[in-house]
Design a protein around this ligand. Structure first.
Ligand code: F6P
Length: 342
């Protein structure tokens, strides 16, 4: 986030002399008129900092806004439109994933000059080949799985590692492939307990002393539903997934007699220092978004297409989640090296 904020601000100021302000805590700041002016000094050194200097909120929606202590939402988009006029905002840059860009698109349809920038570790936003944040999450997951693999080896266990990604298996696919997992379970390919057991049996017969399974939090058994950890209030998508690895681990332990342990990486994947490829992508996105503002390509999102910075309409970006397809090249390559998808 910070690398995007930095790149956008520096280019906007240097090349165009624009004034850049950052709303605090995402849409919450836009609703409450809480913002700070961003200048060179403030953003110059922030590319290596994880998180965002502006703060964020993932449960504030101007179209379904909950006043304190209220249980029924109200539409405050009129207030947002009035503020945008009052503050003389010529362009609103929305940095976020599916939920953020949905709201951005709705604001655009009401006349707000919006430009989107695709951010989510899940990598599931339409219209772009990659969102920023994904590479960092994959790299943290890969390192953690590598560490678990060494303990799995010593203890002769079934080790399951659950990674985030919501309804998309990108993080599990990439980190599972990078760390040499034996089984990768993703939401897009529902698994069968029997097939997993067969694979574990085959590994035991071949003399392998452990099995490493990377489980996407959205992984589910054929014909079954997602593992839901909790429902959160006032969110664009109130479902919080979790528990898939623990549940599967327990069943595998019961059925195979081999000890199983599950580790949930959770929010570890969203924090810390961003990897260099993410900082570079964020810089390209931030500086590239300035072009869209200058060209008044409102209702568009900066995007990555075949390695080049391009743009997509917000409609395209939010039409459907970009999921792993069962015939994706990486799925095929993983299978070719013996990984199964359950
Ligand atoms: O969309 C990003 C994400 O990190 C998902 O991978 C995960 O399911 C969800 O957000 C967790 O949300 P929260 O931080 O509200 O628990």
């Amino acid at each position: 986030m910070n690398a995007v904020i930095r790149a956008f601000t520096l280019r906007a100021i240097h090349e165009f002399g624009w004034r850049v302000v950052g709303f605090l805590d995402g849409f919450a700041g836009l609703i409450d008129k809480q913002f700070i002016t961003l200048d060179e000094k403030q953003v110059f050194k922030i590319a290596s900092q994880g998180g965002t200097i502006l703060g964020t909120s993932n449960n504030v929606d101007p179209f379904e806004y909950y006043l304190p202590n209220s249980t029924s939402p109200i539409d405050v988009s009129d207030r947002v439109l009035a503020y945008i006029k009052e503050l003389h905002i010529d362009a609103l840059v929305t940095i976020g994933g599916d939920g953020t860009q949905h709201m951005a698109y709705r604001l655009f349809k009401l006349g707000v000059p919006v430009i989107g920038i695709p951010k989510t570790i899940d990598n599931d936003l339409g219209g772009t080949d990659q969102t920023f944040g994904f590479d960092t999450a994959v790299s943290i997951a890969t390192e953690a799985i590598d560490r678990i693999q060494t303990t799995a080896e010593s203890h002769h266990r079934i080790m399951l590692v659950e990674v985030m990604g919501r309804y998309a298996g990108w993080i599990a696919l990439y980190s599972g492939l990078a760390s040499g997992a034996d089984i990768i379970l993703i939401p897009e390919i529902p698994f069968s307990l029997e097939r997993i057991k067969d694979q574990i049996d085959a590994r035991v017969r071949d003399g392998h002393k452990y099995t490493l399974i990377v489980v996407s939090e959205g992984a589910r058994e054929e014909g079954k539903d997602y593992s839901i950890m909790k429902m959160v209030k006032n969110s664009h998508d109130p479902i919080r997934l979790g528990g898939a690895a623990a549940q599967l681990g327990q069943r595998l332990e019961e059925e195979t007699g081999i000890e199983a342990r599950a580790t949930v990486l959770g929010h570890l994947l969203r924090g810390g220092v961003p990897v260099s490829s993410d900082r570079i992508l964020s810089t390209r996105y931030g500086a590239g978004a300035v072009d869209l503002v200058a060209d008044k390509k409102f209702g568009h999102m900066v995007a990555l297409r075949q390695g080049k910075i391009a743009s997509a309409t917000l409609e395209e970006a939010t039409m459907a989640l970009r999921l792993v397809t069962p015939d994706h090249e990486l799925v095929a390559r993983a299978k070719q090296v013996g990984i199964i998808f359950g």
